[in-house]
Design a binder for this molecule. Sequence first.
Ligand code: ADP
Ligand code: MG
Length: 289
Amino acid sequence: MAKSDATQPGTTAAGPAVLLAHHLKQLKLPTVLREYEKVARECARDGVDHVRFLLRLVELELLDRERRVTERRIREAKFPAVKSLDTFDFTAIPSLNKMLVLELARCAYVERRENVIAVGNSGTGKTHVALALGLAACQRGFPTLFITAHTLSSQLMEARDEKRLLRLQAQLQKVKLLIVDELGYVPLSQVGAELLFEVFSQRYERGSVIVTSNLPFEEWPSVFRSERLTGALLDRLTHHVHILEMNGDSYRLRQSASHRRRTAGAEQNQATTAPAEIADDLEADAETS
Ligand code: ADP
Ligand code: MG
């Protein structure tokens, strides 16, 4: 190599640079590769020694790596949308304990393998809060999965039919926080209910669950199709649980109502919203949830 460098002027500097790039790629240090020339120039300019030069590079790599890992965790959580508590208006839902939600966002409950159940009527921000808590968990390093109760029970049944139920159950066990959204919106089949029960049962004291539901606990037997199964489930789920009471006006409805008031105001229309219209809105709201 030295020989060919000598016969081809100009490749002497490129030789080690090419090798270095190759080695850094193999060592999976993309940030060092991207930044070393720039940082070297800065260090030479400022008279910074070699140890500090290396330290700067390694710190950049570490920061970037942390960001990449968090981004991957967020992708793997399969959130339908990324929502945070920064965009959540607590004044819109007075029944919700704000201090509790902020405390939950620190994720100590995930470490303690405790559960969260958010119950309330449609459009009150249950999914929003669940997504925000899921995002917080990802940012704090906990593998998370977001799924609706309906999709989860379908996936479990499919896995059972294809003889890969154990594998799916093992995958579910790996996540530290399982978010099961919309329990109760769609009634489950008997097999689906039993398989879902098994997931909750396997997580008991092993991993956290967040459940959102529009149904009060008394009505859960209609989802699980059995008083006995529901009793056993609630027993496990509520042993270490934080309940988020989220009954109130639908946020969507309020927004569309205030939007309508603004437009009506602009048109100098004095008519107020008729109760029938509100009922229509509520129905549309329930359908889109
Ligand atoms: P739910 O799951 O209780 O039916 P969602 O979380 O889906 O309700 O809320 C419906 C919509 O309204 C979402 O777009 C959500 O982001 C928004 N939303 C609900 N409550 C609030 C709130 N208090 N502050 C900000 N946005 C909210
Ligand atoms: Mg929802």
